[in-house]
Design a protein around this ligand. Sequence first.
Ligand code: FVH
Length: 293
Amino acid sequence: MNSTPHERESVTVLGLGAMGAALAGAFLAAGHPTTVWNRTAAKAEPLIARGAAAAASPGAAVTANRLIVACVLDYDALRAVLAGQEAALAGRTLVNLTSGSPEQARELADWADGIGLDYLDGAIMITPPGIGGADATVLYGGAPHVLARHRATLAALGEPVELGADAGIAGLYDTALLGLMWSALSGWLHGVALVGADGVRAAEFTPVATRWLSGAVAGFIGRYAAQADARTYPGDDASLDVHLAAMEHLLHASRARGIDTALPEVFADQARRAIAAGHGADSYARLIEVVQK
Ligand code: FVH
């Protein structure tokens, strides 16, 4: 039997920017009674029209529900919102989806612990239009029993991924994954520029690129993860010598087309340094030791 909306856990959302509004909208769509607060009150209106309750102050928002989800600009903004609410927050759960550093998350977790507030720190790995969709994942660090208690509610936002008890771990993964994303996006743009110089449209190149990334390259990463952990790098698939020769082709083709070579120079430089240190027969995973210095 389907549950009625009022059988769902109720939730407060603090912050109704692009992301906070999407979070509140996803809770409403999943049938969770939702109270919202935003510094600029007008941003609550579309959500009120969809059934959200508006809180007139952070204090009213905090006391409305046991579960509070916050998503504001940064940790300074969140601390400003929560200032003076310590007594009201005790005994509740704060799920902070504001981006920040692992250190900021750990500091906030210590503060929460000191006032008797359960705390989860989360990192949203999708943009607002994707919230609640199939590609949405949210990473969480914090006490496992707290995530277990609210998991069904938080699943309305995206697949919850539990990373462990350290409140800083989601922010750490977030920064690492964003670095991976920017590297991949810039690599794709370099490829678009390269083939584009010879008349190939981005839309023609991209299906080939995404097939390569999600299949072969994902497989390489899986193989090299085991090598990086074991600190052994057998170059039995492709040696660094082979990689560097191909990188030189990329540099040559880029220069010949007047394309910026800053990106390929980064990984060619790493490969040259590893080879100069005597590791030319090793796999690409050997470069972890260049990156780690
Ligand atoms: N948008 C995205 O794609 C990314 C995806 C990954 C996670 N991020 C993080 O989410 C946080 C919020 O991002 P956002 O996209 O919602 O940002 P804005 O639309 O700019 O909304 C900012 C909200 O923060 C409020 N705010 C700012 N300063 C204060 C303050 N001093 N006191 C109280 N609230 C404050 C702002 O309020 P207002 O300007 O509407 O009054 C908005 O509610 C962020 O950490 C991303 O990195 C999003």
